[in-house]
Design a protein around this ligand. Structure first.
Ligand SMILES: *Cc1c(COP(=O)(O)O)cnc(C)c1O
Ligand code: SF4
Length: 442
């Protein structure tokens, strides 16, 4: 080892040491001198209701501080006044001004949170699997082939997205009851269900876990003598929020070793990477992390919701997909914003979402057209908007299931009355005078 460590490398390794930025310390950030007192105050107010956490990589490498408050990555992790409804904002602001007790602020925050539809589509209560009639917390089995697994130590992230639909768990509203502690149950369950070919480990972000913990979940699957699980997917935002997870973190090499172990077992490992904007693909750190992951034989697929004020332009998506293909990533899903949290700030009507998707899709080569969407993850399944045709004199919205509770529903076109305002499936009405959509019960 060299005795001479240059100042450069000290600075570099400082940079690669994870530091969370939260309500407690954000005012110390030198970059925030560009913000007005009012804007800083808004972070404080909104951050009492919705989760706020970012980190030194996001702040130093991703945000363009010349462009705040409009910078997309700033908007992605820093709360802004408009993310709360005016009346809600005023209530918290008043409490802070008069130095109300933490308890009083917390109570008011909880009251507001309950009005923000904390559990859209009953996501957490439905489709929980069972072994011998005991329900398995931390697992979800909705689509035949794929079991979702939420390890209890992976229920946080390296930074929080301001639009996150799992926000209730980050503000302590959900007591993580929907998180698995047992490693053996997952293996037992998939062994009993030979139709399951894919396990999707998700969160939060399972890659906030130490590698050794993640290994504890994966190893029993690899050791299983039953071979129905051919694919392991890991859903993560670490490439966007903390690429050092794969390069310089203490156990980065172990993590890559675990990836290699999965692919060496003959299974496919797919990293389901969450990228919201091309800026997240632009740093040397993310390029290096991508390369390291690819060397393990893993494939990286990408997904993101479409969000007003972050990525609501077709050019942003075509650039993002093009860059992803250039880096060897596979564009996979564009999602529609769910009805929760600060939805009013982020939402985009379905027909506009479709136009953005279509325009972006038309501008990229076929290799990027692996992407599907814009898709709503609704109770009956993943529903994509596929067009706004006029059929026999009636303007309609055409839709189809990409994924469905009932496999028989998949890829069958169906039609809703044209509606420029609708932002979610439950706001659409069947076209042609039908009483209900084909998948709805009588
Ligand atoms: C999206 C999703 C999956 C995976 O679906 P694919 O189309 O195979 O990517 C699995 N389970 C649930 C609940 C999902 O929402
Ligand atoms: S990375 Fe995913 S789970 Fe984490 S805050 Fe963002 S949207 Fe939520």
């Amino acid at each position: 080892m060299s005795l001479f460590i240059s100042q450069d490398s000290i600075e570099q390794s400082e940079q690669q040491k994870y530091r969370a930025i939260t309500l407690n310390n954000f005012r110390k950030l030198p970059q925030l001198s560009n913000l007005s007192e009012k804007e800083k105050n808004a972070i404080d107010v909104v951050g009492r209701v919705l989760p706020f956490k970012t980190n030194n990589y996001v702040v130093n490498e991703l945000i363009d501080w010349e462009n705040i408050p409009n910078d997309p990555i700033f908007t992605l992790t820093f709360p802004q006044a408009e993310m709360l409804k005016e009346a809600h904002f005023a209530k918290i602001a008043t409490l802070l001004e008069k130095n109300a007790s933490a308890k009083e602020i917390q109570e008011k925050a909880n009251e507001i949170r309950l009005t923000l539809n904390p559990h859209p589509a009953g996501q957490l209560e439905h489709n929980v699997p069972e072994i011998n009639e005991v329900s398995l917390e931390g697992m979800q089995h909705k689509y035949k082939e794929t079991v979702l697994f939420f390890p209890s130590n992976g229920q946080t992230c390296h930074a929080y997205c301001t639009f996150c639909f799992r926000w209730p768990q980050f503000v302590g509203m959900d007591d993580l009851k929907f998180a698995a502690k047992q490693t053996q149950e997952l293996t037992t369950y998939v062994e009993q269900h030979s139709e399951v070919t894919d396990i999707l480990v998700t969160g939060g972000d399972p890659l906030v876990m130490k590698t050794s913990r993640l290994q504890g979940y994966i190893d029993p699957i690899l050791a299983s003598t039953q071979n129905n699980v051919s694919t392991i997917r890991i859903g993560t935002k670490a490439l966007g929020y903390w690429p050092y997870r794969f390069t310089t973190d203490d156990d980065a090499e172990d993590l890559l070793g675990l990836f290699k172990k999965i692919t060496d077992s003959g299974r496919h490992l797919s990293i389901m990477a969450h990228f919201n904007h091309p800026a997240e693909l632009s740093t040397p750190a993310v390029a290096e992390a991508i390369e390291k992951i690819q060397m393990t034989g893993a494939q990286i697929r990408t997904q993101s919701p479409l969000m007003r004020n972050i990525n609501d332009k077709a050019s942003v998506w075509s650039e993002m997909w093009r860059t992803q293909v250039q880096l060897g990533l596979i564009p996979y899903y564009m999602f529609v914003a769910r009805d929760t949290g600060a939805k009013h700030f982020f939402e985009i009507p379905l027909v506009e979402a479709y136009e953005i998707f279509r325009t972006a899709y038309s501008k990229v080569s076929g290799l990027a057209r692996t992407v599907r969407g814009p898709s709503m993850s609704a109770d009956p399944g993943k529903v994509a908007i596929t067009g706004t045709p006029e059929i026999r004199g009636q303007k309609v919205i055409s839709l189809q299931f990409l994924q469905a509770r009932n496999p028989d529903w998949v890829m069958k076109p169906f039609y809703a009355t044209y509606d420029e305002q609708a932002t979610w499936l439950d706001e659409l009405r069947p076209a042609f005078g039908e009483e209900r959509f084909f998948f709805e019960e009588n």
